[in-house]
Design a protein around this ligand. Structure first.
Ligand SMILES: Nc1nc2c(ncn2[C@@H]2O[C@H](COP(=O)(O)OP(=O)(O)OP(=O)(O)O)[C@@H](O)[C@H]2O)c(=O)[nH]1
Length: 402
């Protein structure tokens, strides 16, 4: 049965990045495949599907299923499965192409195809095989945001998940197999090279393809066999830098800098909150966790995507786990125990910063000023510090222990 499964390519990318243009290009190209298309559009009117129908005059070889008023990743996940299930019953096509809306989070979409969806009647893994996750990046708006210090995407919409568009864009970049850098006609060559360097730092695993009006060779996105859930989940540049922390020296190329900031001593909560709300515009990504004095119960997470920043309780220190559970982690990860502090266990700070044309030294100095001084570390009762970080229910293991 396995070899009969229908391969699936999912196209993600912000509003207006060029997903429909890519889709139309692929549908009219000569690849000999009969492609079924699922279009998921956020608007009341399904402009996209109309567009596709008009432009791909291939004698009715494609079937377009459109879903409106929702995004694939959340509300319509069930509906999408019904649709692709219905399509699958007919099996009159060789390939399934899904255009997700600009605000769809890529991970749940991939999960749906790779693992199915609990409440659904139809199990897509019997019929479909996720082949390639493609993200279309608007090179022009990326470049403009560099110059203006403004948001990487300026969509007014946000998904049901409550995440802002920049966070979703970063997810789409960080979780994909192929990255199409579209609208290259609107950007000078040297700027394209710089954008690529930034993107490679954010996503070192993906294949990069430059396009103008979506003119991609279909072989780059159909039947590549590149999708691997585990690899995609671990492909974010920040994860890579956090996990391979043998080099702490800043990495610099084309004006793009990334470095890991690591300290065993906690931050003063008020000071680090102040700094996090005033990070340099040139920082495109910051991610990691820190130890906030007075909150020894939890690892604080940081997530900066473009101009949006979040920080708050997000992880559990191994030090707060029952001994037996902790031993299991030690057994599974030799080396974890080496950095164990007798008093503080694994509590520490590890943050990755990725940006362009910014000096890391002043930022490192500012971060160091947020670390407790000797006097604060020795003498203060940290529990008297005001805690500016909102508590959250969500508790995951600290990133250090992934
Ligand atoms: N200059 C230029 N314009 C492009 C390019 N690709 C797409 N466009 C135009 O950009 C606009 C948006 O393209 P779409 O393909 O509709 O983008 P999309 O990602 O499908 O947009 P949504 O469905 O709204 O999320 C259209 O007017 C396209 O003609 C390109 O490479 N260069």
């Amino acid at each position: 049965m396995t070899d009969e499964r229908i391969p699936v390519t999912v196209l993600s990318g912000s509003l207006g990045a060029g997903k429909t243009t890519v889709l139309n290009h692929v549908l009219t190209a000569d690849h000999g495949l009969e492609v079924a298309v699922v279009v998921n559009d956020m608007g009341d009117v399904n402009v996209d599907a109309e567009h596709v129908t008009q432009q791909s005059d291939l004698g009715g070889e494609e079937e377009i299923i459109e879903m409106s008023n929702g995004c694939i990743c959340c509300r319509l996940r069930g509906d999408m499965l019904d649709e692709v299930g219905r399509l699958a019953d007919r099996r009159e096509f060789d390939y399934l192409l899904v255009e997700s809306s600009g605000i769809s989070e890529p991970v749940p979409v991939a999960q749906t195809f790779a693992m199915g969806f609990e409440d659904a009647d139809f199990d897509p893994t019997d019929t479909y095989e996720l082949d390639t996750m493609v993200t279309v990046v608007n090179a022009h708006s990326f470049w403009e945001s560099f110059d203006s210090g403004e948001a990487l995407v300026s969509e007014a919409l946000s998904g049901d998940s409550g995440r802002v568009p920049e966070e979703v864009l970063l997810d789409q970049i960080e979780f994909c197999d192929v990255l199409l850098l579209n609208k290259c006609d609107l950007v000078p060559d040297e700027a394209i090279a710089e954008i690529e360097t930034v993107l490679e730092r954010l996503q070192p695993r993906a294949k990069f393809v430059r396009t103008e009006f979506g003119d991609v060779d279909p072989d780059e996105i159909l039947g590549t066999g590149r999708f691997d859930f585990q690899a995609a989940s671990n492909s974010a540049g920040w994860k890579h830098e956090l996990q391979h922390d043998h080099h702490h020296d800043p990495q610099e190329e084309h004006g793009v800098t990334s470095f890991v900031y690591e300290r065993d001593r906690p931050f003063h909560p008020g000071r680090i909150a102040g700094l996090l709300s005033d990070l340099p515009d040139e920082l495109i990504r910051a991610k990691g966790f820190f130890w906030s004095a007075g909150r020894e119960d939890v690892a604080m997470g940081v997530d900066k995507a473009g101009t949006s920043v979040r920080a708050g309780p997000s992880g559990q220190w191994l030090a707060t786990l029952p001994e037996a559970e902790r031993e299991q982690y030690f057994a599974a990860r030799p080396g974890l125990e080496e950095d164990w502090d007798e008093e503080w266990g694994d509590r520490m700070t590890r943050l990755v910063f990725i940006g362009r044309e910014f000096d890391e030294e002043p930022l490192i100095d500012r971060l160091d000023e947020c670390v407790l001084t000797d006097a604060e570390f020795e003498d203060d009762d940290w529990s008297t510090y005001a805690d500016p970080f909102e508590p959250e229910d969500r508790r995951e293991l600290a990133l250090a222990n992934e």
